[in-house]
Ligand binder design. Structure first.
Ligand code: ADE
Ligand code: ZN
Length: 338
């Protein structure tokens, strides 16, 4: 019989969130506030009107809503306020470590200086430690832009290297395989940055992209990546190397036909370092605790399995070793007392 997993238990679990797009945390009320603050006409004036535009059934249709919404982000304070609102929610969900994505090219392409974006987000990340969230940024390249633009973006960001711990790859995967970005990932490795990349769900060539990311591009984690179940040798590889898979069940249920619970749970039970995350919670309506809960309910997870998901998230995070040990000890203490 499966355990009853309560919201209280899940929220209290010390955990890391490793797959979260800051731009995907733009809640309708904040969007309206920033639009007013910056005099941007977004064509909607109520939360309900904004929410009604948040409709999609695929990665491409989601991205078509996601990028135009960013127009309301103009100043360093706007980027700060967006990230600060997310960290407050994350703290309430038991997130103690957050490694969060941001998309500089989505802003520089519309004339916002890179410095404005990085300094706003970074200030909020530093302040988050006051509410118990140790946060770091991951700079993502938009894969539907050119490889040269990715290299220019990283080169332009290197003077701000103290503000981010790693790089990632996101946006529309169709016709944009990871090998297109071999040069920028090589540069990131030379600069000592961590490397992760999206291998989105059910894309054309998903398994080939996963293989390339793991064996040729030095990806330390895969964002999504559940199509790996189609290749047992690759599953063995990630189990052996403890490569983190940052899965996002509720997001999956919006952009594909289901949560991919079968794949996520089979990977977990085979010993892969599966983690649960929220991706773009303002758009998919679920922050990280809700993602744990929905997966646990759909898949009938035991309490030990839910705890293992949190343990995995801490183990594959890019936190300093002494902090990892402390966070794992907090997790053990929590489990011993519930
Ligand atoms: N940008 C924001 N969310 C994304 C996702 N889940 N996949 C690819 N690009 C994204
Ligand atoms: Zn994502």
């Amino acid at each position: 019989m499966s355990d009853v997993i309560s919201e209280k238990f899940v929220r209290g679990l010390p955990k890391a969130e490793l797959h979260l797009h800051l731009e995907g945390t733009l809640e309708p009320d904040l969007k309206l506030k920033l639009a007013r603050r910056n005099g941007v006409d977004i064509g909607q004036s109520t939360v309900e009107d904004v929410r009604a535009t948040y409709r999609f059934d695929s990665l491409a249709s989601f991205l078509a809503v996601y990028y135009p919404a960013m127009e309301v982000l103009q100043t360093e304070d706007d980027f700060h306020d967006l990230a600060a609102a997310y960290f407050r929610r994350a703290a309430r969900d038991g997130v103690r470590r957050a490694e969060v994505f941001f998309d500089p090219q989505a802003h520089t392409a519309r004339g916002i200086p890179l410095e404005t974006v990085i300094l706003g987000y970074s200030r909020a990340a530093r302040e988050a430690s006051r509410i118990g969230v140790h946060a770091d940024l991951i700079l993502c390249f938009l894969r539907d832009m050119s490889a040269e633009s990715a290299v220019e973006t990283l080169a332009g960001a290197l003077p701000y290297k103290e503000h981010f711990v790693g790089v990632g790859l996101d946006s529309d995967e169709r016709d944009n395989p990871p090998e297109k970005f071999a040069d920028v990932f090589a540069l990131a490795h030379r600069e000592g940055l961590h490397v992760t990349m999206h291998c989105d769900i059910d894309q054309i060539g998903s398994v080939d992209h996963i293989r390339t990311a793991l064996t040729a591009l030095g990806a330390e984690r895969l964002d999504h990546g559940t199509n790996i179940v189609e290749d047992p040798a690759l599953v063995d590889l990630v189990v052996e190397n403890r490569t983190g898979l940052t899965c996002c069940p509720v997001s999956n249920s919006f952009v594909t036909e289901d949560m991919k619970a079968t794949e996520i749970v089979s990977l977990l039970r085979e010993g892969a370092a599966v983690t649960i995350n929220s991706d773009d919670p303002a758009y998919f309506g679920a922050y990280v605790a809700e993602n744990y809960l929905q997966l646990a309910r759909v898949a009938g997870l035991s309490r030990d399995e839910v705890a293992q998901l949190a343990r995995n998230s801490i183990e594959v995070s890019w936190i300093d070793e002494d902090e990892r040990i402390a966070l794992l000890a907090d997790l053990d203490a929590y489990l011993a007392n519930v």
